[in-house]
Design a protein around this ligand. Structure first.
Ligand code: NCD
Length: 329
């Protein structure tokens, strides 16, 4: 296991992640990938610790991935979902979190449809001097750190399986295409990919890609981010293309003429990939609207799509995150 001086208690956003922290996550995830390839895919690292999975919004892969990661680390895991909880009886989110604290939760993995909820719970846990760690598993349109870290691990592992590290992405062109406005995945990836030295090209219709995205980064990082309202300049010579789901549940108005027109202009097809590097690979955080942001045949083409690798990477990366915050206690 990577020797580390990890000090961060909560993982809420990648905005202030340091290069050393990214590298530690990548190395630790690589060690856990090795564990996951063994016959006995389990280590006692978090034995006796309680991980509470508090998902206030639907999720398939993130939730299952955190659950499996916690189990592989031998933690005890508590699962919560809104529909069957006391929230339906009027309990507040903070009171729900305090209930899990009283049961002895050490780490809370939190997903919520509103931005800032994991942060609010982290503040309350700190105020109570509880020592509990909060891991943001996606909050509103704000951040989704574990997704961007698994994307980073997938990309760097593809370039050097044994030694995934940031510099492998230096100078690589990465297009992020689609509904950027509503995407916490895009917001987290903008930080991690530019920290690795990649050139990040955002592309989408103006209604889903406001110019203010250029203001996300400051200092030298700013020069690594580009914005396009057409996909061609973003795809030209790109090494990787990250497509995003049209997040209709987060749209407050009809921001698009029609799905057919959206697919024609911004959907990733075999034809438009000809603009990219010959070795181009596609990523998508899932779930995919087949035939909308990504043509169905591309999604299923293992020579082009990294979607299953992203899901597989997710378990090793989430083991790394739980381990790092769990063992820094
Ligand atoms: C993403 C999410 O929930 O933000 N999915 C995921 O976690 N794998 C992206 C999305 O919902 O489109």
């Amino acid at each position: 296991m990577a020797t580390t001086t990890w000090t961060r208690r909560h993982i809420l956003s990648l905005a202030d992640f340091t290069v050393a922290e990214y590298e530690t996550v990548l190395q630790t995830a690589a060690s856990f990938r090795e564990v996951l390839s063994r016959r006995t895919k389990k280590v006692p690292a978090l034995q006796g610790q309680v991980v509470a999975n508090l998902f206030f919004e639907p999720s398939t892969r993130t939730r299952s991935s955190f659950e499996l990661a916690a189990k592989r680390l031998s933690a005890d895991i508590l699962n919560f979902s809104t529909g069957t909880s006391s929230l339906t009886k009027g309990e507040t989110i903070l009171d729900t979190a305090k209930t899990y604290l009283a049961m002895g939760a050490d780490i809370m993995v939190i997903r919520h449809q509103h931005s800032g909820v994991p942060q609010a719970i982290a503040l309350e846990m700190d105020r109570l001097e509880s020592g509990v760690s909060i891991l943001n598993a996606g909050d509103g349109q704000h951040q989704h750190p574990s997704q961007a870290l698994l994307d980073l691990f997938t990309l760097t592992s593809l370039l050097d399986t044994d030694n995934p590290r940031l510099e492998l992405l230096s100078g690589k062109k990465i297009a992020i295409v689609g509904d950027i406005l509503h995407s916490r995945v895009a917001r987290s990836n903008i930080y991690s990919l530019t920290a690795a030295g990649a050139q990040v090209h955002l592309a989408g219709p103006p209604t889903l890609l406001p110019k203010l995205f250029l203001e996300i980064l400051d200092g030298e990082q700013k020069d690594k981010l580009y914005l396009h309202w057409e996909i061609e300049p973003a795809l030209k010579d790109a090494h990787f293309v990250m497509t995003l789901r049209l997040q209709k549940e987060r749209m407050s108005a009809n921001l698009l003429p029609s799905l057919r027109e959206y697919h024609q202009r911004y959907g990733i097809t075999r034809e438009c990939l000809e603009l990219c590097q010959p070795e181009v690979k596609i990523l998508h955080p899932g779930p995919v609207n087949r035939g909308v942001e990504l043509s169905s045949d591309l999604m299923d083409d293992p020579r082009l799509s990294l979607i299953s690798q992203q899901v597989t990477s997710g378990v090793a990366v989430r083991m790394a995150l739980l381990y790092l915050i769990g063992s820094s206690k």
